[in-house]
Design a binder for this molecule. Structure first.
Ligand SMILES: Nc1nc2c(ncn2[C@@H]2O[C@H](COP(=O)(O)OP(=O)(O)O)[C@@H](O)[C@H]2O)c(=O)[nH]1
Ligand SMILES: Nc1ncnc2c1ncn2[C@@H]1O[C@H](COP(=O)(O)OP(=O)(O)O)[C@@H](O)[C@H]1O
Length: 403
């Protein structure tokens, strides 16, 4: 086990209060959670190899513990501050970065982390990136092979390119002639995908028609980070897993007008061998039955006439005839300098930026409101809002909403 950093060794003797930023030296911060645990977050070795590691000092045993770290980590930090929000989460603010990448949550005792502790039999921590503002719920589209899911999704993305983004799944099946890696699917080896599943990189996965398919957490996040509404084309088993996950979504099942029509479409597409068609038709029977499972899908659409079905799909997504396709405005970016201090006031964090290079006119105090955050590891923590605030003699006055 590594030695305690010099600054920290001294502090361990002292009795420091819970829930406050303690000290930051180089790339490390130490935060107390409860009576017994201190989380040290930051660079492990040299500055150049600055990877954000996490170590836990257990005061009851006087031992260091290296936890299993889950979730997408923040990119190496030059410096950061950290503050305990409660017994469950630590807020980490990256210095010298903008508000689209500076707020991170290290979950230490959330429901997800507790579940993973039982699973791994180790200490577990999980990263979740904080995202400013709300985003609309992802849309899960399921239905048997050949029913027209891909066709409907393509129409939606063509008509509303700035509004929707497709979650690119991973699959072990071979690409079809017209399919591009990274666009239609991430085509991957089974062993690689199995390892990634083990490493908790997937939101859901299923074996479908003899191949593995899965939605990586990253696939959904790259879409939502761009401010777009994410569309997932996944099978019924996958839909069930997403329903059980922390991801809130709208679930739509697409039905064919008849089994004969489904077979006709599958054949006319001409992308499968006869054997593959037979397998897909056998599976379609079970999928159609499961599509009607109570509580699984929010909407069922019959894809008989394509235009009619597309119109109904748009209607249930709240896209009337005259919906504008203008870009959703990107929230104004706030720059948090390397030098800043943080303090906690209820569910709000006051960030005081003291960088000398700040423009005179630029605000240097911000309030980060966490009261309506949703989600969390294994995905993003959403719903943060940030305001510029001005200090006054009797507290904080005047605020400007930035997002
Ligand atoms: N669970 C799950 N199913 C997926 C995923 N991606 C695709 N599928 C489903 O896998 C099935 C087969 O997909 P594909 O091989 O592209 O064939 P197609 O549906 O006939 O076009 C379909 O039901 C898809 O909805 C995924 O990431 N997870
Ligand atoms: N409403 C419809 N009427 C007739 N053909 C359709 C309809 N919707 C889709 N198709 C066709 O059926 C085939 C299968 O559609 P596709 O979108 O690939 O299905 P899925 O993605 O569900 O497997 C395609 O050739 C497509 O052009």
């Amino acid at each position: 086990m590594g030695e305690a950093p010099a600054f920290f060794e001294d502090d361990l003797q002292g009795d420091f209060p819970n829930g406050l930023l303690l000290k930051s030296k180089g790339c490390e911060t130490a935060v107390n959670i409860g009576c017994n645990k201190t989380y040290v977050i930051g660079a492990t070795e040299k500055e150049s190899a600055c990877t954000i590691g996490v170590r836990i000092f257990d005061k009851s045993t006087s031992k260091w513990v290296i936890p299993t770290v889950l979730g997408t980590k923040p990119k190496p930090l030059g410096g950061h501050s950290a503050i305990a929000l409660d017994e469950d989460r630590i807020l980490v603010i990256k210095g010298n970065s903008t508000s689209d990448d500076c707020f991170w949550f290290l979950e230490v005792n959330t429901a997800f982390v507790r579940e993973q502790k039982t699973r791994f039999g180790t200490e577990v921590v999980a990263w979740s990136k904080g995202v400013i503002g709300e985003s609309e719920k992802p849309i899960v589209i399921s239905g048997p092979s050949g029913v027209g899911k891909g066709t409907l999704i393509s129409k939606l993305m063509e008509e509303f390119p700035s509004m929707f983004g497709f979650s690119v799944s991973h699959t072990t099946r071979a690409p079809r002639n017209n399919e591009q890696n990274g666009v239609h699917y991430h085509f991957t080896e089974r062993s690689v995908m199995e390892k990634d599943i083990k490493d908790e990189k997937f939101l859901e996965f299923a074996a479908v028609h003899g191949n593995l398919y899965g939605t990586s957490i990253e696939a959904v996040e790259v879409v939502t980070d761009r401010g777009k509404r994410c569309i997932l084309d996944i099978d019924v088993q996958g839909a069930r897993s997403v329903r059980a996950s922390a991801l809130e979504a709208v679930f739509i099942f697409i039905c064919p007008p008849s089994f004969e029509e489904l077979e006709k479409r599958l054949r006319s597409r001409g992308t499968e061998t006869e054997e593959q068609i037979q397998k897909r038709l056998r599976n379609a029977k079970a999928e159609l039955e499961q599509g009607n499972s109570p509580g699984l899908f929010d909407h069922i659409l019959v894809n008989d006439d394509l235009e009619k079905c597309y119109k109904n799909l748009k209607k249930l997504l709240g896209l009337g005839e005259c919906v504008k396709t203008t870009k959703i405005p990107v929230p104004k970016l706030v720059h948090i300098p390397l030098e800043h201090t943080v303090s906690k006031i209820d569910q709000k964090i006051l960030i005081n930026c003291t960088a000398p290079k700040q423009e005179k006119s630029a605000p240097n105090m911000f309030m980060l409101d966490l009261s309506s955050t949703k989600g969390g590891a294994p995905g993003r923590t959403r719903g943060l809002s940030i305001y510029a605030v001005e200090p006054s003699t009797n507290g904080v006055i005047g605020s400007e909403v930035l997002s």
